[in-house]
Design a protein around this ligand. Sequence first.
Ligand code: AGP
Length: 609
Amino acid sequence: MCGIVGYAGKRNSVDVVFDGLKKLEYRGYDSSGIAVIVDKELQVRKKVGRLYNLRSDILKNPITANIGLGHTRWATHGKPFEKNAHPHTDSTKSIAVVHNGIIENYIKLRNELLKHGQKFESETDSEVIVHLIKRNYKGSLLHAVQKTLGELKGSYALGVLCKYEPGRIVCVRQNAPLVIGVGKGENFLASDVTALLPYTRDIIFIEDGDVAEITAEKVIIRDIRNNVKNREIRNIRWSEAQAEKGDYRHFMLKEIFEQPRTIEETFRGRICPNEGRVHIEEIGLEDEYIKNISNIHVVACGTSYHAGLVSKFLFEYFAGIPTEVDIASEFRYGNSILNKKSLVIIVSQSGETADTLAALKLAKSKNCRTLAVCNVVGSSISREAEYVIYTHCGPEIGVASTKAFTSQLAILYMFAFDWASKRGKLTKERLKEYLSELWEVPLKISEFLKDIKLLQDIARVFVNKRDFLYLGRHVNYPIALEGALKLKEVSYIHAEGYAAGEMKHGPIALIDESMPIVAIAVKGRVYEKMISNIEEVKSRGGTVIALVSECDEEIVGKSDYVIYIPKINEFISPLITVVPLQLLAYYIAVFLGCDVDQPRNLAKSVTVE
Ligand code: AGP
């Protein structure tokens, strides 16, 4: 996954492009580059490594232009060497291309070009694009690009410059994110909105298949057959602060602390505890359909998959709907029994995860109803699904997902309670009770976040451990998985989430004083069982960090460290139990000096398979 920024207007395009790339660096940071047109000549600079390497190069040899394209890369083909950095140019240095996505047939195209004597400078799939455009260029960049698209297979967001047409950028969106920013006497393009907010709030979410021409004065959108497409200009309300760190050291910490507000935003206008009502206007599933849903498949990756695992307990216990939860990359190759009475729920923060998008398309091909839970407006998944509900938690910049996860959970709780009520499984009174408990969650998380010193102290104690085991049962088993993933992602420490009941079936052999055990033991139907697990670990010399309900006195003396969370219904507790685990991972990573917001080898959205 890479970041693209383009600009045409009166400002110095180099500054605009850099500002934008800085905001997109979380999308990939192996290398970066910029292309501008000065006196009808293309100038291209690119550097391996972080964006400031390119910035330093430009400061040493400044360039000023009114049109430009920039790119920050997360390698998919070709190692992060300078030669593989974008923009790529044709052999005559007349055309420059930046690309985000994968060209699936690039080997065939490359061989065909090589056969015709074309030389290649890089190992990337992207380079074939610029040579094809050059080959198809007969005086119109737009037509050359349109013709080239007919030869490409795969996913591509493109920006193209041509020195023969110095005032114009041609851009394309196909299964990879790209948006256009509309200004006064200037226009922009970027991989996502955050890069454009300092300049404009008027955004066009172009569609897959759109080919846009951008000049300082206008934006014209067509399709590959040159038909003009009218796309809405949407005014984005996100404040810049939302996309900036504010007074937090890292985006991840900011986003953990944003959770009370983002969960509330997700609930706002959708649940009314006093009336015992859930109203999700975005979802047009008919009541009759909901009463007759035969089964639900929740499909996602990573943290979003963990949200799905929690929802299984909810849909089955409250709504009585058989529910399977699949990892998207497995769902694609499995043979799930799906029919038109099956509902497939796709969960994706970015809305661009390649495996999840492919799984969605597979579900549609089997005539299933599809519903997406996304955080990015206008993302590919949000457009592909029959219905989409947004988590309204604003841009999540930290690669490790936190606020998006709890917002995803919030939405899945709403569905479970709403559908349980519609299927006659939940009385109005019980619905009011559960909705009231949900509504209290933001306040309870705020309470918990008022004093996190204990978590910082625990993080310091265990910062040098090399292995962790996270244990949970029932609705908190997925939270054990999520807590382990958070630690792995940001601190690079090996951590495993496990169903606590499975301890005796193997993992108990691991117990010794070197490996801390995090046990989620909130009050509820599995509390006693969790206490037994904690005692098993202690009796074998293990060290336990227990996550328990406030006022729990039984735990005293049974665990080495105790983290108390506000009391809440056990079924709703995952919305809160995950927060201390997010913080534990965060502080261990900070104390280790890790790059918390941009962990090694990771990218915010995995748009490659
Ligand atoms: C989350 O902390 C991870 N960065 C990763 O597992 C992520 O959840 C996964 O890649 C799915 O992303 P999505 O929600 O954008 O589809």
